[in-house]
Ligand binder design. Structure first.
Ligand SMILES: [Zn+2]
Length: 237
């Protein structure tokens, strides 16, 4: 009799464990949030966001505005995606009540080019926009290539050996411009935006393999300060 009871509690314990593992797994496979930043103009930022796991709930959206030159965050604005969008309803996207529009006090951020990104449930929506304040920037949508490991180098012997400031494509390495890449992953001549700065892939290095980008700095101190960071990389058309 004792033996049997022991077996039952063992069975219940195992069952509980399996259920919690299963629940953990379902959470990991939660459907990703979908949505996009459609437009950023001098008045507002517009887009939509939907959580397919809970299509009747309005999603909280965080809009992040970054200075394209410095990479600094100019503002984080919050709104709820609950406006009716006939285009979404017409294409069969749930109720269609997933639109958002947020007024932006651009004039308070100062002149410059700004990147507009939006997040919902901790995930980035597609469609990064560029908006200029007092400057003209081409209206483009930057495509994210995802996260890369980024490191830094300089012309010193320790970083560049006998190459110095010369790149493998024959150019003179320039700060805020030159990056070293694995040309099998990023072809030479590709323009990438990292941390708000637009770089050109024009160098390679023995230690730069796969999804790794080495950023050129003028001095060893600056490159040492940069260290190693994971960064989202955008393809600039
Ligand atoms: Zn160095």
């Amino acid at each position: 009799m004792m033996q049997k009871r022991k077996n039952i509690s063992w069975f219940l314990g195992t069952l509980l464990m399996m259920v919690s593992v299963f629940l953990g797994a379902t959470e990991a496979y939660a459907l990703p949030v979908t949505g996009i930043v459609d437009e950023a103009d001098e008045k507002s930022i517009r887009g939509w966001a939907l959580n397919p796991s809970d299509p009747l709930a309005a999603v909280e959206v965080k809009v992040v505005i970054l200075n394209q030159t410095s990479g600094q965050v100019a503002a984080e604005l919050y709104t709820t995606a609950s406006q009716h969008r006939e285009d979404l309803a017409a294409q069969g996207t749930g109720t269609g009540d997933y639109g958002f529009e947020i007024t932006v006090p651009w004039e308070t951020y100062g002149n410059g080019a700004y990147l507009v990104e939006a997040y919902a449930a901790g995930q980035k929506l597609s469609g990064t926009k560029v908006h200029g304040v007092g400057v003209t920037v081409p209206v483009t949508t930057l495509r994210s290539l995802g996260t890369f490991r980024t490191t830094a180098y300089c012309p010193c012997r320790q970083c560049s050996g006998k190459w110095g400031g010369r790149t493998s494509t024959g150019t003179v390495a320039t700060a805020n411009h030159t990056i070293s890449v694995d040309p099998r992953v990023i072809p030479y001549g590709t323009r990438l935006m990292i941390g708000g700065v637009i770089y050109t892939a024009e160098d390679c290095g023995g230690g730069v393999k796969g999804r790794h980008i080495d950023i050129f700095f003028n001095t060893h101190g600056e490159s040492r300060n940069y260290g190693s960071r994971s960064a989202e990389v955008y393809l600039v058309p």
